[in-house]
Design a protein around this ligand. Structure first.
Ligand SMILES: [Zn+2]
Length: 272
């Protein structure tokens, strides 16, 4: 009888663990939903990285901003934190010295398009122009081509991912922590959302073009540090990846994305 109860408890525990593991893996936001009909998605995108230590990557999109990005760089330098900036090509051309400073100080620079359009709704040729111009602008500013792409709004089709990887060699980077800072909810909300949702291997999205985001960062960095997190660039985080334990049930991509903004990309939605 006692043995039977032990077995029964073990089975239930295993069931719970299995359930937890599926939920944890189902953080794939954005265009993942749209591609659920695609037969095979051979090019992965990264929403978070399975790592064995408390490393995370902070990412800042849509800059550089002449006014705000230097403040953020000052703060990151004070904390000896390196981050990743997904820059807009036309902002790089306006602020090449800020882009160069970020790279010089150890931050990673990724391609976030020239003018922030929705790739999921564009022709290949138009996407190619966006990527090429931005790649050229980044290379002009920092002397090296980026290796990462974050599509605006996280919107990209499986087919685009494939040809972009082949032509540009970019890894597609999404995120698992989104404080929705573009809605300008106030620095405290931005801070709380990031601190509450960040876990080992997280890729944290925010934007260095909103004053409230920059105001949120001192407390955010302090609280993440107090929780023991260490900060690396996205490429470094990917290089630390360790194999995930095998899942007892196949991974599913549920209809409900953790980020409603990105599950149905809108051209006017500035998230990502
Ligand atoms: Zn963006």
């Amino acid at each position: 009888m006692r043995i039977y109860r032990l077995i029964s408890i073990s089975i239930r525990l295993f069931g719970l663990l299995a359930l937890g593991s599926v939920c944890a893996a189902d953080v794939a936001p954005v265009a993942e939903k749209a591609k659920s009909k695609a037969p095979v998605d051979s090019v992965p995108s990264f929403t978070w990285i399975h790592v064995d230590a408390p490393y995370v990557a902070l990412t800042f999109d849509d800059g550089p901003s002449a006014k705000l990005t230097p403040k953020l760089l000052d703060l990151l330098a004070t904390h000896h934190i390196r981050a990743t900036f997904f820059v807009i090509g036309q902002n790089v051309v306006e602020n090449p010295e800020i882009t160069a400073r970020a790279a010089r100080e150890g931050h990673e620079i990724g391609n976030h398009s020239w003018s922030h359009p929705n790739f999921g709704k564009m022709s290949d040729e138009a996407v190619r122009r966006e990527l090429r111009k931005t790649d050229d602008a980044i290379r002009g500013a920092i002397g090296a081509s980026p290796t990462l792409l974050r599509p605006p709004y996280g919107s990209i089709t499986a087919r685009e991912k494939k040809w972009i990887a082949e032509e540009f060699g970019y890894k597609i980077i999404l995120w698992d922590v989104d404080p929705l800072d573009w809605k300008r909810p106030g620095p405290m909300a931005v801070c709380n959302r990031i601190v509450r949702n960040t876990r080992a291997g997280s890729i944290v999205l925010s934007h260095d073009i909103h004053p409230g985001t920059i105001e949120a960062m001192p407390a955010t960095l302090e609280q993440l540090e107090a929780k023991g997190f260490k900060f690396v660039t996205v490429s470094e985080l990917i290089s630390m990846a360790t194999p995930e334990p095998p899942k007892p049930t196949p991974a599913k991509h549920p209809a409900n994305s953790p980020n409603p903004e990105t599950s149905s990309p809108k051209s006017t939605t500035p998230s990502g």
